[in-house]
Design a binder for this molecule. Structure first.
Ligand code: GLV
Ligand code: MN
Ligand code: MN
Length: 420
């Protein structure tokens, strides 16, 4: 089967440029889930689905779906998917590359009249990025029955309830107490994504076949001190919440560095969100809230990290002037991709004549949530200098195109395996 790479390149380029236009104009590229730009981009995607004559729907978890029915009668489905939402001031490829390559595969299958023994669907998984409700992968968790009442009832910083937003976009949260019924019919969930790291670019390898995705834990830390006049309260009489927080930030950074060296597995931790109150030059900081993000492929290193961090906070509470509270607000376990799909992805890359290597993901993905319940796997393509979650994020269209060829080959291989 010939796959026209030239045509592919211009199609992919055009669609990526189209999606990049849906951004908060003051902070490119920002398309936060449920924002006006997100709704606009979803309407654009619906039109793309319509122009391919796909059946368009939104499932109970708020995922937007474009489906091609098999011409044999079957409930079985192969899902191609990723996400169109971004982080604040994010990039043009994270998630988007996967959506556009899925459109490209679908278009190729339709135009070449390739018959499949399963239905083929494209999913824009709702809200993959961490949001103001402190949860990521909303739609994929919904498919796998992992959106608890507690998560659905969370309020964001302006008092909006998560489940109301899911319902507004077309979901139905009444039915999210168990996996969606589609789950039992899923043959495979496949995702193409930019690597968001430097390995493929540095080694000049076309395709990363993902073997595992690390656990993600997030902790909210509240540091309560005492606000006061910055000119009058003497240095030895202060309870400065920001000074105490900076001790925690440094501690976390050193601890993660040590454990990453000791464990030899993926292990990183970041404090990337912090609010200081009242945040004024002439006032001693009275309160700080920050979020710790921890990614680990090693269970024992994760446990060691939490133990040492809790001990540090206990010690600071006993001996310091501030009161510190730490709460676990999110957890997604370490997962391995479906082994047969990993092998098939590798075979697909080989038969496309593309260099490839098995690798572990550093970032979280919808595929991680899905693989907790159904067969799922993903591939990476290189991105420039590993930059991601920033406007400089860049992937060569030709590299996306090569990944698209692998995705198509994968669908063809699954078709061969599933033919009666
Ligand atoms: C997803 O983008 C993540 O935070 O890993
Ligand atoms: Mn992503
Ligand atoms: Mn992301």
């Amino acid at each position: 089967m010939k796959f026209d790479i030239d045509f592919n390149v211009s199609y992919i380029k055009e669609k990526i440029e189209n999606l990049a236009k849906f951004t908060d104009p003051n902070i490119p590229f920002t398309r936060i889930v449920f924002s006006e730009q997100f709704y606009d981009a979803r309407n654009w995607l619906k039109k793309e689905f319509n122009s391919l004559n796909l059946e368009v729907s939104t499932d109970n978890a708020g995922n937007l779906i474009g489906s091609l029915k098999s011409n044999i009668k079957t409930e079985k489905v192969v899902i191609l998917g990723s996400h169109i939402d971004t982080v604040p001031s994010g990039g043009r490829y994270d998630g988007i590359a996967g959506i556009v390559s899925s459109l490209c595969v679908m278009k190729h299958i339709i135009e070449n009249d390739i018959s499949l023994p399963f239905n083929l669907s494209i999913y824009d998984y709702l809200g993959e990025e961490l949001n103001d409700w402190s949860i990521s992968c909303v739609g994929s968790r919904g498919i796998a029955g992992l959106l608890t009442e507690e998560i659905l009832n969370r309020q964001n910083s302006v008092g909006q309830v998560l489940k109301d937003e899911i319902n507004k976009i077309g979901g139905n949260t009444k039915f999210l107490d168990k996996p969606l019924s589609i789950a039992k019919n899923i043959i495979a969930c496949l995702e193409l994504h930019i690597e968001q790291g430097k390995i493929l670019e540095q080694k000049k390898i076309n395709i990363g076949v993902v073997r595992s995705i690390p656990s993600i834990s997030r902790f909210n830390v509240k540091v309560i001190g005492q606000a006061g006049h910055s000119g009058t309260i003497l240095m030895d009489q202060r309870a400065d919440a920001l000074v105490a927080s900076s001790e925690i930030i440094t501690f976390v950074n050193k601890l993660a560095l040590r454990l990453s060296q000791e464990s030899n597995q993926h292990f990183v931790s970041t404090i990337g969100k912090i609010t200081v109150s009242p945040n004024a030059a002439a006032i001693i900081p009275g309160k700080v809230e920050m979020t710790i993000d921890l990614r680990s492929s090693s269970k024992s290193s994760r446990e060691q990290y939490i133990k040492e961090l809790e001990e540090k906070i206990e010690l600071m509470n006993k001996t310091g002037t501030c009161k510190i509270d730490m709460n676990n607000i999110a957890y997604a376990p370490f997962v391995e991709m479906d082994k047969e799909l990993v092998k098939l992805f590798k075979d697909s890359a080989n038969s496309c004549g593309l260099t490839n290597q098995i690798m572990d993901s550093g970032a979280g993905h919808d595929t991680a949530q899905l693989s907790r319940l159904v067969p799922a796997a993903m591939i990476f393509i290189p991105c420039k200098e590993g930059l991601s979650h920033c406007p400089e994020e860049h992937a060569e269209i030709l590299d996306i195109s090569k990944g698209t060829a692998v995705l198509l080959k994968m669908v063809e291989n699954l078709a061969m395996l599933n033919r009666a």
